[in-house]
Design a protein around this ligand. Structure first.
Ligand code: HH2
Length: 282
């Protein structure tokens, strides 16, 4: 990956491959709980073209129960360690805990992906600042256990935008440099089907904040609600939403199936990018 997520290969986007080391993730829980299996999976995603590998040890699916720091450390540290030794991908730690992020950074993680946007443990911002790592700040209404209980917004896009601006200001006040911040609307995190679609439709309003926008639609429930497909049959829906998000300016795509999504994004980018003649003639 280049220095700036979202300005990677092909001059326009980064693919973030998901490595869940959990028994209960919504789409692949239990498949990569063993460190060896998780490392092999991460290596496969890197070979398929993942610029970033996002390693997580705690599910955030609706209704998920919290995991202790000790258990989260036990799950993710050997996996990050193994991936640091065997891939050149940027390593991301999907956590809200300072202790987990610190251990992850010690073994090579350079991106902290916090679905609470530094609300879970505010000290995480200072840790990120101290180590000069990037951070992905995501919007979530409430917390995973209750977030899908009748979520309400005045205007979902304006509310999410105001939240992300406030969390970015907090991170900067804690010493994180603005160039290291990525923003994510948190598709499926305290949102109805209509909220998710509205956020995707008006993603350009979040892109206007001026930081790379990360989108995570991969295999999520709203795709099943539209198509009637089971969780492992949602790749076409995942591709459709990622392509639309790219067209609206998102640059980082968090997915479980890297090769297919990368191909689709490459074609989409080649199509929407201004043509050579338009960029080189006056
Ligand atoms: N989605 C999930 C987890 N982490 N991080 C960001 N930045 N954006 C997302 O949309 C996002 C995320 C949920 O997906 P998954 O990791 O596959 O499931 P689980 O949380 O059940 O492990």
């Amino acid at each position: 990956m280049t220095d700036e997520p979202g300005r990677a290969r092909e001059g326009g986007f980064s693919v973030m491959g998901v490595v869940n080391v959990t028994p209960d993730s919504f789409s692949d829980g239990g498949r990569f709980l063993d460190a060896g299996a998780a490392i092999a999976h991460g290596c496969r995603l890197a070979q398929e073209g993942a610029d970033i590998l996002d390693v997580g040890g705690e599910s955030t699916r609706p209704g998920a129960e919290p995991v202790s720091e000790r258990e989260e450390l036990r799950r993710v540290v050997p996996v990050l360690d193994g991936l640091a030794a065997s891939t050149g991908a940027t390593l991301s730690i999907d956590t809200s805990k300072v202790g987990v992020a610190r251990a992850a950074i010690d073994v090579g993680a350079t991106l902290v992906n916090d679905v609470t946007a530094f609300r879970g443990e505010p000290g995480l911002a200072g840790l990120a600042a101290e180590h000069g790592v990037r951070c992905c700040l995501m919007h979530m209404l409430g917390e995973p256990r209750t977030m899908q209980d009748a979520p309400r917004y005045d205007d979902v896009v304006s509310d999410v935008k105001a939240f992300l601006e406030e969390r970015m200001a907090f991170a900067i006040a804690e010493g994180v440099s603005e160039e290291r911040v990525l923003l994510d609307p948190g598709i499926g995190f305290g949102k109805t089907l209509e909220h998710n679609l509205e956020l995707l439709r008006r993603l350009d309003e979040l892109v206007a904040i001026g930081r790379p926008v990360v989108v995570g639609t991969s295999r999520k429930q709203f795709l099943g609600a539209i198509t009637g497909r089971e969780v492992d049959e949602r790749l076409p829906g995942t591709i459709a939403t990622n392509v639309l998000a790219l067209e609206r300016g998102a640059t980082v795509f968090r997915v479980h199936e890297v090769a297919s999504v990368r191909d689709a994004l490459q074609v989409a980018l080649a199509t929407v990018r201004p043509r050579w003649s338009e960029t080189t003639t006056t």
